[in-house]
Ligand binder design. Structure first.
Ligand SMILES: [Zn+2]
Length: 304
């Protein structure tokens, strides 16, 4: 079966090997390390494939001056178009009218849905977020907007309770500690990964938006950066022990650098990691050089 589980890590690039500034050097990530045959994801590592995985350092600058931003980066990932080049700048965090017009016209989710495929964002959005969007007080990200253009609603508290959608921190603890819920489900990290992998079997493409990595890149400490990577690795472990090669592809990708360099609170010019696991990973990876190549590569995989 051809399907894709897309683990989108916002603001995660390939940094240098400085232990003081790059949380990837400090974090214990046994699952990622084993998939990468012991390599750490750093700048300067060339594209490679093993039997299990392909890794590509993808350019996120797209030939446009200035720091890459989320709205244009996510827009490029989902439209397959070099949107920053077309609009003459990197832009974010939320998409402006020009970026929205590109996504409205065509995007990965919309394209797949029109082909009869089931697409979704695996995140559960809290009622406060959804009502702020409804009233116009908050704007959708490019990822969320692209899904809306495909005619698919964001998932809610009820989807979280029923195990169909996942909290931003994967475990759901933040729904208790930050959002004040007392009885929404709490999972451990590995279990969240296992359930996410199972949930993906009902989709042609299911994307989890791990936006917290960019937030920690901007505002978090080094310790928080290490923790979010280690937590993600546990989730990834749960996905790996549940996902069968025949289930399709798991792809990890990002829109721009940030978290990998704690010497700055800003985005970086670093390339971003693209990791592809599952039968056919080499063929998909072979077509990816920059982040605007991701969508066409996934579309041609899903058509194969
Ligand atoms: Zn950011």
């Amino acid at each position: 079966m051809k399907r894709v589980l897309f683990l989108f890590l916002d603001g995660v690039g390939l940094g240098d090997g400085d232990r003081g500034f790059n949380p990837f050097v400090q974090a214990r990530m046994p699952n990622l390390n084993s998939v990468l045959d012991g390599r750490i994801m750093l700048r300067g590592i060339s594209a490679f494939s093993t039997d299990r995985v392909s890794f590509v350092p993808a350019d996120a600058c797209l030939g446009v001056a200035g720091m890459p931003q989320s709205a244009t980066g996510q827009g490029a990932i989902l439209s397959g178009i070099n949107i920053p080049y077309r609009i003459g700048k990197h832009w974010g965090p939320k998409p402006n009218a020009e970026i929205r017009a590109f996504l409205r016209k065509d995007n990965l989710f919309k394209r797949l849905r029109n082909q009869g495929s089931v697409v979704g964002i695996a995140n559960a959005y809290p009622p406060t977020f959804l009502s702020a969007v409804e009233s116009g007080r908050r704007a959708l990200s490019s990822i969320q907007f692209a899904m809306k253009c495909a005619g698919v609603n964001l998932m809610t508290e009820s989807d979280l309770r029923q195990g169909r959608a996942f909290a931003a921190d994967f475990t759901g603890e933040s729904w208790h500690s930050k959002l004040g819920f007392k009885d929404t489900p709490i999972l451990n990290l590995e279990e969240a990964g296992q359930r996410l992998a199972c949930a993906a079997r009902a989709y042609g493409l299911l994307l989890f938006d791990h936006w917290m990595t960019d937030v920690i890149g901007h505002r978090g400490s080094m310790d928080e950066a290490v923790t979010i990577l280690e937590n993600f690795d546990e989730v990834f472990g749960g996905i790996l022990n549940t996902w069968c090669v025949d289930d399709g592809l798991v792809i990890i990708a990002s829109d721009h650098g940030n978290l990998e360099d704690k010497s700055t609170k800003r985005h970086t010019l670093n390339p971003v990691p693209v990791l592809i696991i599952g039968k056919g990973h080499r063929k998909v990876a072979a077509n990816i050089r920059d982040i605007s190549d991701i969508s066409p590569a996934l579309l041609s995989y899903l058509r194969m």
